[in-house]
Design a protein. Structure first.
Length: 483
């Protein structure tokens, strides 16, 4: 039998360097975007420390890494291929967080492939810990805001302070408070889970203790943030709004979070494990292999990376100048439909009817069709009172009925056009944009909408909109943009 290779083997170093270089070139945009988020967001600033910590975890266990005999893993290839597919597709549909997640998962798969199954399993924590570098989790903010408001009201009632809650607004006799995004505790939660997971790995040997402490690291900051919010309201109440409402609000928050982390470590220390598995036995276990260096798995990985790179480069990106007339000036409609950074917008009005059309590249340098900024009506001015999915000219369209606070009626009909496909779902539209870009069926998509004002009867409004929508396919909606 041949001896397995080691991490100091020249062949190993050359091929590993080639893989990582190709990986870096493929994911350079995702990596730069990830670093940009770390630099400007307090919530994800800890991302700067994740890679150094993971490297340190490898270094503290370097005897096993340097002396173990390894063989390259075939099992890592499907994970690498799946991650690359997600990365290419997320690039095509412009979903940054998925591109960044794909970059990190692909890196983990490459390390796994080169180190082999046994050694990668031995270093599973430093590898999985890298996932904390991906700036994700902001989708939890609305839920955390609601939980924080619930805890705050509960603690205020226990303390006997009169309180009234309206959604995310909390009113006490001395003033009103809003559980804003900054008060959700998302930055405390993500940092606490990252630090708590590392502490559990370094402190406990038993898996059940590690998982229990991680759950503790999730629950404690949520509860603590509720106490923090309660404390701010209580201090403001007892000081007649003199304290805990300005800069001291944020200072109090970070001081409180530091205290919570100390409590978490102090409690965790009572249950620390003392036994350590001997390094000699670990090295011996990983020093046996049946085959020598395998070139095939890393070569397949290189081919997958190169193919992904060429596919990404083949996806057209529409250039949008910063002084583009549409990006510089928002089109103002009477019902509040707003799609920013479009390549071109048509917006006309004929008596009771109002027409709107905005075209986008499936991938463009600035702006996108499906994003939280783009809305089909202004929710601050209008309340949705009815909706219905229709077939207009054998194409899907979404009908929405609105009422304003003064009782004014408005209805509108809209659809997305992606190449030759018509959709009303934003998610399906996003996926179809990616598929059209990858398959080169079409590089452009658009939103089409027609609104009618002043018709109280829903059925009458629906019939008028259906007729207008059908006619618009032959008029306003048929305008051919220069490409």
């Amino acid at each position: 039998m041949q001896e397995g290779s080691t991490v100091t083997d020249k062949r190993f170093l050359i091929i590993a360097s080639l893989l990582l270089l190709t990986w870096g070139v493929l994911y350079q945009d995702a990596l730069l975007a990830m670093e940009s988020i770390w630099s400007r967001s307090d919530t994800f600033a800890h991302g700067y420390f994740i890679f150094p910590i993971s490297l340190w975890l490898f270094w503290r266990d370097k005897e096993v890494l340097l002396q173990a005999k390894i063989k390259q893993s075939w099992f890592a290839l499907p994970f690498l291929l799946g991650s690359l597919f997600v990365g290419v597709f997320s690039y095509a549909v412009d979903i940054s967080v998925l591109s960044q997640l794909s970059a990190v998962v692909s890196f983990i798969a490459i390390v796994w492939l080169m180190l082999g199954d046994k050694l990668a399993w031995h270093y599973k924590f430093p590898l999985v810990f890298l996932l904390f570098s991906v700036p994700m989790g902001e989708n939890l903010i609305p839920w955390l805001q609601d939980v924080t408001a619930w805890f705050t009201v509960a603690f205020l009632k226990i303390n006997g302070i009169p309180v009234f809650r309206d959604g995310l607004y909390i009113q006490v006799p001395t003033g009103m408070f809003e559980v804003a995004v900054a008060c959700s505790g998302i930055r405390y939660l993500i940092a606490s889970v990252a630090v708590g997971t590392l502490y559990a790995y370094l402190t406990y040997q038993k898996a059940y203790k590690q998982w229990l402490f991680i759950l503790f690291a999730v629950a404690l900051p949520i509860l603590a943030n509720g106490l923090r919010a309660y404390g701010i309201v209580a201090i403001a109440y007892y000081s007649d709004m003199e304290y805990a409402t300005g800069a001291d609000h944020l200072i109090y928050g970070w001081i409180f979070f530091g205290f919570v982390i100390m409590i978490m470590f102090w409690v965790g220390g009572f249950f620390a494990d003392t036994e350590q598995q001997g390094k000699a036995s670990q090295i011996k276990e990983l020093s046996t292999t049946e085959v020598g260096f395998q070139v095939a798995p890393p070569m397949f990985a290189v081919i997958f990376l190169f193919l992904s790179y060429f596919i990404v480069k083949a996806i057209p990106v529409i250039e949008v100048a910063k002084d583009h007339p549409i990006t510089a000036n928002k089109v103002s409609s009477s019902w509040g439909i707003n799609f920013e950074d479009a390549l071109q917008v048509i917006h006309t009005q004929k008596e009771q009817l109002e027409f709107y059309r905005a075209e986008y590249g499936n991938k463009q340098t600035q702006g996108e069709l499906i994003t939280w900024k783009n809305v089909t009506h202004n929710p601050d001015k209008w309340t949705e009172v009815g909706s219905e999915v229709l077939q207009v000219e054998n194409k899907l369209a979404q009908l929405i009925h609105l009422r304003s606070i003064n009782g004014s009626a408005r209805s509108y009909l809209y659809q997305y056009k992606i190449g030759e496909h018509y959709e009303i779902s934003a998610t399906k539209t996003k996926l179809l944009q990616g598929w059209n870009s990858l398959s080169r069926q079409s590089d452009y998509s658009e939103i089409r909408a027609i609104s009618v004002v002043g018709i109280q009867d829903f059925n009458e409004a629906k019939e008028m909109l259906k007729r207008a929508f059908s006619a618009a396919h032959l008029e306003e909606f048929s305008v051919d943009f220069a490409k």
